[in-house]
Design a protein around this ligand. Structure first.
Ligand code: EPZ
Length: 427
């Protein structure tokens, strides 16, 4: 397995292009199951999670075409065309679902389109137990009969799903997306209360609207959907990746320098920008995205993760790397996942001073981190170790790079182009 080698201490100068958001692209790809016409998605990042979902969709009968060199509206990234002319198989097998939890997003669309779906239960994962009860309960409210047996969710409905009122106990991103997609083909009106408002949910809703769905309340916590008998194809440009942009903003903050993030969706990064300002990092919006200037040691600042528009859990690990070298002590509280502190142990091996109590980590900034061999068990934890490596004295080697490849396209090339001493060591 490849690893990433970093010699720390080089400031970042230059421009980094931000690609389309993985977490928007995945539900958008699943939405292709809702129509027999072609859905064309541009600004698709080149990531292993995208390939995994493409394999699953192909197994359901989706014809997939990819144009590798496409450029549209200034955005680099691939164009993916997906056509589910006919659903040939309604089973999402364990072998594919266990590789990526987001595979659960085929459940709602398959059920809505052909009245049945058998999807492996995703099970727990490194960052927590992550149940799918809200997906299942919501689909049952829409009239599905659901059985859990042999590790599979077996769902079916006689005729069409029926519109209903659903209140989510928590504003789950995935449950909102699954139910939203299912409701677009249901008979009658569905109201989803306490819906997630993440920009990726908004991007999905906008694409579904362009496919002919009737959706009110987009961007709010109450979505109202009037089901249609069929949806059509459309073309859609995937929203820029706020988490990729946020990660590079934190990279510039931790190691210093001056970086422009072209294509960064600044309005959806408000919570991070406020946080960076309180840590003494200069951030400004530019016509192309964001400019981040790290000048000197960051100041310690507390942060608590929250559903959007709060501080994203997907940037918590990277913010912790920043606080590890800050002037002062900061409390970082994780409220979304119960076990998203696996990076702590590895950051400590690099000299960080961090104490965890339940959902809170007390990070006492140190003068300098030192390079070490590290590895992480999830995507964002891995990127926090890359950031720590950029700031550390000496050499850091981040192992198990496949986690990074799930969510960051060419992270080492993008950082090296801005002056970082970083490369990939093939195994
Ligand atoms: C999405 O995961 C993202 N993944 C995650 O991105 C992100 O961390 C998360 O939202 C929160 O923003 C994709 O979009 C593909 P949730 P999702 O349902 O939809 C609990 C990354 O690094 N819950 O909002 O799975 C759950 O256990 C990642 O790119 C239930 O209890 O997140 C968690 O504690 C990883 N029952 C909380 O809700 C359910 O039925 C939030 O999960 C569903 C969720």
């Amino acid at each position: 397995m490849d690893s990433i080698r970093i010699r720390g201490g080089r400031p970042l100068e230059g421009e980094i292009e931000i690609f389309g958001a993985k977490n928007a692209a995945l539900p958008l790809m699943a939405a292709s199951l809702l129509t027999e016409e072609t859905l064309t998605l541009s600004n698709i990042p080149h990531l292993t999670d995208i390939t995994t979902l493409a394999h699953l969709l192909a197994q359901h009968g989706v014809e997939i075409g990819m144009d590798g060199n496409a450029r549209r509206g200034g955005n680099a990234g691939r164009v993916l065309s997906l056509r589910a002319r006919e659903i040939t198989d309604t089973t999402a097998p364990y072998e594919l679902v266990c590789r990526m939890r987001a595979s659960i997003l085929v459940l709602g669309p398959l059920l809505a389109r052909v009245g049945q779906a058998t999807v492996s239960l995703p099970g727990g994962c490194a960052i927590g137990t992550r149940p799918v009860d809200m997906h299942i309960d919501g689909l049952a409210r829409l009239g599905a009969e659901i059985l859990l047996e042999d590790g599979y969710i077996r769902a079916r409905v006689r005729g069409r799903l029926r519109g209903a009122e659903i209140r989510l106990p928590f504003a789950s991103v995935g449950a909102t997306e699954n139910l939203l997609m299912a409701a677009t083909l249901a008979d009658g009106e569905t109201v989803i209360r306490n819906a997630a408002r993440e920009p990726e949910v908004v991007d999905l809703a906008l694409c579904l609207k362009a496919m002919g769905a009737e959706i009110g309340g987009i961007g709010s916590d109450e979505l109202v959907i009037r089901g249609k008998e069929a949806l059509s194809g459309t073309e859609h440009d995937v929203v820029g990746d706020r988490i990729e942009a946020g990660t590079y903003a934190l990279a510039a903050a931790i190691v210093g320098g001056d970086v422009e993030l072209a294509g960064a969706p600044a309005p959806s990064l408000r919570a991070l920008l406020d946080y960076l300002a309180s840590a003494g990092v200069a951030v400004s919006e530019t016509p192309r995205g964001l400019r981040v200037r790290g000048n000197g040691r960051p100041v310690a600042a507390d942060v608590t993760t929250q559903p959007y528009p709060g501080f994203p859990t997907d940037l918590q690990a990277q913010a912790m790397a920043l606080m590890a070298v800050a002037d002062g002590a900061a409390v970082i509280t994780e409220t979304i996942f119960e076990n998203r502190f696996m990076h702590v142990q590895e950051l400590r091996r690099m000299g960080a001073d961090i104490t965890v109590r339940g959902p809170a980590a007390l990070v006492r900034g140190v003068d300098a981190l030192t390079g070490a061999q590290v590895m992480a068990t999830d995507l964002r934890a891995s990127s926090s170790l890359v950031l720590a490596g950029l700031a550390a004295e000496g050499e850091t080697v981040v192992h198990r790079v496949y986690h990074l490849d799930r969510g960051y396209e060419r992270i080492e090339d993008k950082l090296a182009a801005c002056g970082a001493e970083i490369d990939r060591v093939p195994h």
